[in-house]
Design a protein. Structure first.
Length: 277
């Protein structure tokens, strides 16, 4: 797919883009099967009891079929349209969510540097945990950022529940729909059940200037296995499958994250860990 100028304008202005049925029903079924295998076998899903969130890293990293999401023409068109065709893949998280997730951004870069692509694997409405956004809140001149408002404290501040914060919207989705949003955008979820399935891919633009490289180092110093002091045996990724099954067109999105992560955390580099295991 190729994003239209209208879609690019929308993303720039409001900080997100919803694409209905980016994946066919058959593709979506395979993705759900791959997610379930991954969280059950690699992510602690077998122990999920609904009392808290179960999360694991690199939800597309553990199976060749899931790794291939990064090769899918529609995903390349969507993320590449937003961040540039040579974007960096920086992992993600897979979840069985339970309960509410309060308002927060994933970053405060002050520019379009990183974006999250979210896959919701169950039908979600405003009453069952659908994604909520504050359009435009990725911009430094938005009133939430200008006034440094604690949106989660809106009841005490304004007498308005965080679920009804002025200017917020609910993005109701069905499996196969994809949402991509700027890391700086405020988002939340309320009213979800005890096993809400979703996973993400976090990507950044390719660093090509000294300023971009500095941001990339800051990003991967936090948003990576090394940032969490986790030894995966695969360096910046959660499984060696992602690298071992990669052809050159995928390596375009992997090479710079590998280099930066190994520079930041040489003791966690794949070769170093592999030799010690």
């Amino acid at each position: 797919m190729t994003l239209s100028q209208e879609q690019l304008n929308f993303f720039d202005t409001f900080g997100y883009l919803l694409v209905r049925q980016l994946f066919s029903p058959a593709e979506t079924e395979k993705i759900i099967e791959g997610f379930e295998w991954s969280i059950q076998n690699c992510g602690g899903g077998k122990n999920h009891d609904g009392t808290s969130r179960t999360m694991f890293g690199g939800p597309i990293d553990h199976m060749p079929e899931m790794c291939a999401i990064l090769d899918h023409p529609s995903i390349l068109g969507l993320i590449g349209g937003v961040l540039g065709e040579d974007f960096n893949y920086g992992g993600g998280d897979g979840n069985y969510y339970s309960g509410d997730t309060g308002w927060h951004p994933d970053g405060s870069w002050g520019q379009l540097f990183a974006a999250k692509t979210a896959f919701y694997l169950d039908p979600l409405t405003r009453d069952t945990g659908a994604l909520r956004l504050i359009p435009g809140s990725h911009r430094s001149d938005h009133f939430v950022r200008q006034e440094q408002i604690d949106v989660n404290n809106s009841l005490e501040l304004f007498g308005i529940s965080p679920t009804e914060f002025p200017g917020s919207i609910v993005v109701e989705t069905n499996p196969g729909d994809i949402v991509i949003f700027n890391h700086d955008l405020y988002h939340a979820s309320f009213g979800g059940g005890t096993r809400r399935r979703m996973f993400t891919m976090n990507c950044t633009r390719q660093a090509k200037t000294p300023e971009d490289l500095e941001m990339a180092h800051r990003y991967f110093s936090v948003h990576s296995p090394g940032g969490y002091n986790v030894k995966t045996g695969a360096g910046v990724f959660s499984s060696t499958v992602m690298i071992d099954t990669a052809e050159e067109n995928r390596m375009i999105h992997l090479r710079q994250p590998i280099e930066i992560h190994d520079e930041l955390f040489p003791h966690l580099a794949r070769d170093v860990v592999g030799d010690a295991m």
